[in-house]
Write a protein that binds this ligand. Sequence first.
Ligand code: S3P
Length: 444
Amino acid sequence: MALSYNHQLRHFRPAAPFVGEYAPLGDKSLSHRALLFAALAEGESEIRNFPASGVIFAMMRCLRALGVECSLDEATHVLRVKGVGLRGFKDPEGPLDCGNSATTLRLLAGVLAGAGVTCTLTGSAGLCKRPMGRIVEPLRMMGAEITATNGCAPLTIRPAKLTGISYTLPVASAQVKSCLLLAGLYADAPTALLEPGPSRDHTERMLAAMGVQVRTVERPAYGAVMLPFTGTLQPLNLDLPGDISSAAFLLVRAYLLPGSDFRIRRVCINPTRTAILEALQRFGADLTFEHEGLLAGEPVADLHIRHRPIAPSFEPITFAGECIVRMIDELPALLIAAALTPAITSIRDAAELRTKESDRIRLMVDGLRAFGLEVEEAPDGCRLKGRSAPLLPPADPIAIHTAGDHRVAMCFALLATQTEAAVEIDDFDCVRESFPDFFALCGL
Ligand code: S3P
């Protein structure tokens, strides 16, 4: 049983700068896709640098219940999957438990809509509150037999014959786009999707490498187009690029701590994911890319960050529009960097943040205020007045409510390094969901 970090009142202030290097395990979005697509391939796949974290175990558990053999060696991080083909799933014996993972649920729903099985997709209480109408409605337009529970999971799916559609997503979402593309693998006509912003295109890249005719649409419109698929998916043999969403927390740690000099190896720098890097550079971070290359069809680089004092900005710094989509998971970490940047930072067009593992706007605003920061909440973001010096010690210990959201917990552990006050994070164990190495790396 691992040590529990929940409800510990502690001082997070580190003794030393953040110096060294780290190669993160595979990006979570890529890992979900590699595992699922390998299950749909014909033949055996080998996927290296595969992470062993809670959200990925959810996908593995569901695929096993559908009759897929897969094994992860947690020491070497090598995953082996015996693909069953596009129509090789068996009916599961009970509901498929997606835990806390919306990526698992939404991507699987797309596949299961066409795969000819009867099943129910469910998950944690939190997951069952997240909006699923956004996949259910277009899947029905494709002919899927799918029912939701008040627009949420549990979702029940029965065998159906699918057709392709042309559809505009109301919000930019790679989960919705990927769900519909995966359903499109079973459709008898092309699937054409448009969306209001450039959501991550890992599904398009990986399916194309496996033999599907699919391409990303970019500027002025965003989306993806896929032709009907009649072949079989080729198995995968690849090394996963490192997770930029985990890297973001390490970058912010180095950004905050004087004397820091840190390299993060082989990070996925797909342009649909890199807005966090551009944002830190806009604040003035000394962040450079080294050894750029390609890995598993994705651009990668080593990220090198050195702490430097940040000059005050008298102009407010606003993040809005397409960059929000490209850093949707990193916005909480960006707010922590903004808290120690002497400028006013505004986040706009980010209402989607309220539909993630928690209402991340509300929890971030509450937590930043608990640290004594001035922050105004807006329906689609917030406006934060950053400081240049370490935060003053508040009179009382600081209590942080995370709603079990791993990113919120990591954010406030980082901010806690900037105060002498003791901080209590109500659920810190949830970090194991996505970044189990965070504790050791940050000396916690
Ligand atoms: C993901 C897409 C994003 C992101 C999530 C992972 C994916 O969700 O927030 O953590 O792997 O496709 P949306 O596409 O719904 O914004």
